[in-house]
Ligand binder design. Structure first.
Ligand SMILES: Cc1ncc(COP(=O)(O)O)c(C=O)c1O
Length: 354
């Protein structure tokens, strides 16, 4: 189930110029019908930063990073949950539930607090403490489960038998995807309606990857951008790399894949529901998936902190390590316009990084 719009009726992109710097500036291509239902904490319009010291040291003159850690609750999950909780409010729902690797739970809790809705967050017990604390501070009910997000999803299915609630599991409702797709709109708008050659994105459930691809296609249909689209690279953790394994033909699909926890908790998604849609976006864009070890992620987070003054999430660190591999293998050329999509703040992971 994917949201569709009558794109022929969307006004010209010049309407955007006087709008607030949040993802809701793209409201005509977002699913909320009445503006009064929008639940916003100021998400979106995150900066695209030039990584000047890394550019110089590694001879990557066009390397930039879109910093989603600047979002409310410190990650890009704010976008999807702003959209989904707004829609829950529009539907008159009282309670929302989500299985999460960490960041989506905090974001759901915050947006439900703002909307006056009850949030139930089901999270792996091994998740760093700060992810749990933020849910409790926002007043959510927190349920801890032994295992990965796939085990949390089973718990959600059980709980739903007795509670009436809106299930906001990744890709099982259409609204989070719509929120996340605004990253694609922003990348185009912030680059004067052109796109980079290459985007690296840390991929768990794949909402951002699929969402950006949808955004590019919508913008093409509306004539907002030209024909050329970026190659998408889906970066996974070596400990949990279902999409890489399917891509390589080592399994028919990820349904039976068994993953291990990763320091990048957002990447520990062993059986992504939307695997087919991810594979389609990767094939159409002429990109590929790639896996990175936890130790390489930590080294990358430390290097980016020291050279660029940014404490990014290990999921974002994975991108830098993967990029060096792709450049080394000649898959990405040094002079290409390369965008690393850092999905979250490293502050929540410090207990595991230092
Ligand atoms: C920081 C971070 N990056 C990436 C991901 C993976 O996101 P997606 O499910 O859109 O692939 C997550 C998911 O929890 C995350 O928290």
């Amino acid at each position: 189930m994917v949201a569709q719009y009558n794109l022929a009726e969307v006004p010209s992109k010049t309407v955007l110029y006087n709008r607030p710097a949040t993802m809701w500036r793209y409201k005509e291509v977002l699913p909320v019908l009445e503006e009064e239902n929008i639940v916003s904490l100021g998400e979106g319009m995150t900066p695209i930063l030039e990584l000047k010291r890394l550019q110089a040291v590694y001879e990557l003159p066009n390397l930039v990073l879109k910093d989603e850690s600047k979002n409310p609750t410190g990650s890009f999950k704010a976008r999807g949950l702003s959209a989904a909780v707004s829609k829950a409010k529009e539907f008159g729902v009282n309670t929302c539930i989500v299985p999460t690797a960490g960041n989506a739970g905090g974001a759901l809790a915050a947006y439900c607090a703002k909307a006056g809705l009850k949030a139930i967050v089901v999270m792996p017990r091994h998740t760093p403490q700060v992810f749990k604390d933020e849910c409790e501070l926002y007043g959510a009910e927190l349920i801890l489960v032994d295992g990965l997000i796939s085990d949390c999803a089973k718990k959600v299915a059980q709980l739903k038998e007795n509670i009436s609630c809106f299930d906001i599991s990744t890709m099982k409702e259409p609204y989070r995807l719509e929120g996340k797709k605004t990253m694609g709109y922003e990348i185009a708008e912030q680059n004067n309606w052109t796109l980079p050659d290459v985007i690296l994105y840390p991929t768990g459930g794949g909402t951002g990857l699929i969402g950006m691809w949808k955004a590019f296609k919508e913008m093409q249909q509306m004539g907002w951008i030209g024909d050329k689209l970026p190659r998408l690279y889906a970066i996974q953790a070596e400990n949990c790399q279902p999409v890489v394994q399917t891509w390589k033909g080592l399994q028919p699909n990820a349904k039976g894949y068994v993953g291990k926890p990763s320091l990048a908790n957002g990447l520990a998604v062993p059986n992504p529901f939307a695997e087919d849609m991810m594979l389609k976006a990767l094939r159409e864009s002429k990109g590929q998936p790639l896996a990175v070890s936890d130790s390489a992620m930590v080294a990358a987070v430390k290097e980016i902190a020291r050279k660029e003054g940014l404490i990014i999430a290990p999921e974002g660190g994975a991108l830098w390590s993967a990029l060096l591999q792709l450049v080394h293998e000649g898959i990405v050329q040094r002079a290409e316009k390369i965008l690393l999509l850092n999905t979250g703040s490293g502050y929540k992971y410090l207990e595991n990084i230092l």
